[in-house]
Design a binder for this molecule. Sequence first.
Ligand code: PLP
Length: 444
Amino acid sequence: MSHDIQALDRAHYLHPFSDFKALGEEGCRVIVGAEGVYIIDDQGNRILDGMAGLWCVNLGYGREELVDAATRQMHELPYYNSFFKTTHLPAVKLAETLCRLAPAHINRVFFTGSGSEANDTVLRMVRRYWALKGRPDKQVVIARENAYHGSTVAGMSLGGMAPMHAQGGPLVPGICHIRQPYWFDESSGQNPEAFGRDCAAALEEKILALGEDKVAAFIAEPVQGAGGAIIPPDSYWPAVKAVLDKYDILLVVDEVICGFGRLGEWFGSVHYGLEPDLMPIAKGLSSGYLPIGGVLVGDRVAETLIEEGGEFFHGFTYSGHPTCAAVALKNLELMEAEGVVERVRDDLGPYLAQRWAELAEHPLVGEARSLGLIGALELIDPATGERFDKSLGVGNLCRDICFASGLVMRSVGDTMIISPPLVIQHGEIDELVTKARAALDETA
Ligand code: PLP
């Protein structure tokens, strides 16, 4: 079977984020099922999914309750929009639940179909907000190098991924980027806290260079995910917050990965004590079972848009899709009932931290870091103690060895990253660490 599917795949399917030609030559592994924290290929191999799909299958695979919620909603009302003076129960209840779980100053939600659409929405909302406030020149959004905010034109313009910027023509104007708080690669030996403060100072420098009356918002992930599970030094966020307050600039915290328990709180913003004006969400909102995203909108922005904005000319066919909303609602209900977030904070996160730290002793590892259930290993050449030459592709080699031996661990250059389902058990964390160690041994 695998052979036939691979041939069809090669012939017709253009995969996301793939070198079409190279993939066509190599062929793909065919995934046919999944259960708990494991995916299953068509040869019957069970592979521990250390990435929860794409940082999204927070409740794990095979949750019948989510399937039932979708089935029930499909029978009742599979689809209807909420554009023209109509609404429906799943989206309303989901909005209410999200506002209850979010920090107190957030009481409104705008739904989208994905995280990328959420960030497109953010860009329009922040610019609209300042225009309504009589400050139409406040249009620039400051983002960070190596950030990921999606693949739409606005999403990738907000993101700071150089290879994405290099393809497909001009970026959305009025977006600029500052350095990321990536201590391992960019601190040149500075102590972490001083480095964190310097990265926040780069924000202030950029604001002053642009003119504070030109800057609308700063957008960042609490912990950079796709950039390499980059956990900022503790000094970073408080210093950023102080700068934004000083110059009256909106804070957008992209919670697409960190939201819904990844860092051991419902939102990464809560972990870092932030009060964002806007929070784009997606992924873990439905545990990835159906596509849904949104923007949680703080009172300051929401009230202006509502009271002074008139019609907001923006929305998607699938904004608040009833079936997706019903599944997301059930997902949140299950997470609350099962205490998933608290378990990440009090038990699984600390356990992973302890086991993951053991890998720092491996000669190939320059740093092992984790927070909640996100983690990274920085690979180094044991002979020099420095990074390997990029052209060797050591990270990709390690990733491929992992995959062949039954573990999904992703590579970002020579940074190995994990973000397993939030329902992973201690024994499965042990298995993850054992397989990661074996892959490091084989890579060395
Ligand atoms: N924002 C962040 C932080 C992400 O990690 C992603 C996806 O990985 C997105 C936005 C885009 O989300 P989507 O792929 O659902 O469009």
